[in-house]
Design a protein around this ligand. Structure first.
Ligand SMILES: [Fe+2]
Ligand SMILES: [Fe+2]
Length: 320
């Protein structure tokens, strides 16, 4: 069981011993995040140059983050095909981003509904909701400007998450938000400074990285509090459900099969090559390293969860 102490910490009993986690005052954290939001928020309508034409020859994503990079198939691609693949992967990631943000917005509304309306904690949840609204509009407009269409997940995932997203389970939902936000953030952090990439994608990535840093902090702190207030059994069950669901959802949705076809590839062959690629596995682990470290800290990698993350390639098998 979790033991709460008087010193703003909680002791969580984990597989590899007791973890002491610091619980910073909820109002204090929210106040700081609101202050940061006041200073560093963007209006994509004016802060992105939507009218600039694409620069010929530039990519739309860092090639190292492309699903087929360093596979035998990648070596066979022409320069034009590589550019097209990066355009398709960027549109897929943005589509996945919008879907995740729509689910997160639901969580933030539910969370606000159940907390004190005059608290800084709720004020920040609503501030984040406003950020996510702007992000989803921005991602949609980016995909449209790239001359493409957004994708929905497969019907099963689309309908399942439509139902699950309406059920209030803050520990599961903030953990899910954390793993997705860290993942997208990792890719976008290497995208915005990269001069090989189209200015439009770099501008959108930069705005998202700056605003997401606050969201990641909020989700991380809230996850710690939720874990501290729950039993070890509930925590392990939630961690297992999260690992099982998210590992599959992320892998299946960050690249839509139609994107491979648009680049002149057989979608099934491309999907298989990406799944078998050691480089792709390394990218998944690198992009998830911060969320996995946060999960380890709060006992979310105990038991079945660790094995599921490892089997799906998000966590190295020899990780402590
Ligand atoms: Fe966002
Ligand atoms: Fe976010």
């Amino acid at each position: 069981m979790t033991a709460l102490t008087d010193a703003g910490t909680a002791v969580i009993r984990c597989r590899n011993g007791d973890h002491t986690i610091a619980l910073t005052d909820r109002e204090l954290i929210a106040g700081r995040l609101i202050e940061a939001s006041r200073k560093h928020s963007f209006d994509p309508d004016v802060d992105v140059d939507w009218d600039a034409p694409p620069v010929p020859g530039l990519l739309y994503a860092p090639p190292e983050a492309v699903s087929l990079y360093e596979t035998p198939l990648w070596d066979l691609l022409s320069d034009d095909q590589r550019v097209e693949l990066t355009r398709q992967e960027t549109a897929s990631l943005a589509s996945f981003g919008i879907w995740s943000e729509l689910l997160l917005m639901q969580i933030l509304v539910q969370h606000s509904y159940r907390n004190r309306y005059d608290s800084s904690h709720v004020a920040y949840a609503l501030t984040e909701l406003a950020d996510e609204c702007r992000h989803s509009v921005m991602f949609g407009r980016m995909v449209q400007t790239l001359g493409l269409r957004t994708h929905r997940p497969r019907a099963l995932e689309f309908h399942l998450l439509k139902v699950l997203g309406a059920i209030h389970d803050p520990m599961l939902m903030f953990a899910a938000a954390l793993v997705i936000e860290e993942f997208t953030d990792a890719i976008q952090r290497i995208t915005f400074p990269d001069e090989r990439i189209q200015p439009l994608v770099r501008q959108v990535s930069r705005i998202h990285v700056i605003e997401e840093a606050r969201h990641i902090r909020y989700a991380r702190e809230e996850l710690k509090r939720q874990v501290a207030a729950s039993s070890a059994t509930r925590r392990k069950l939630t961690a297992t459900r999260l690992a099982w669901g998210m590992s599959a959802i992320i892998v299946r949705n960050i690249m839509h099969p139609s994107g491979y076809a648009a680049a002149g590839l057989d979608p099934e062959v491309a999907r298989r090559e990406a799944a078998a690629s050691p480089h792709r596995q390394a990218v998944l682990q690198w992009a998830s390293r911060k969320s996995m470290a946060a999960f380890d800290e709060v006992g979310f990698l105990d038991g079945r969860a660790r094995a599921i993350w490892q089997k799906s390639g998000f966590l190295a098998r020899d990780a402590a």
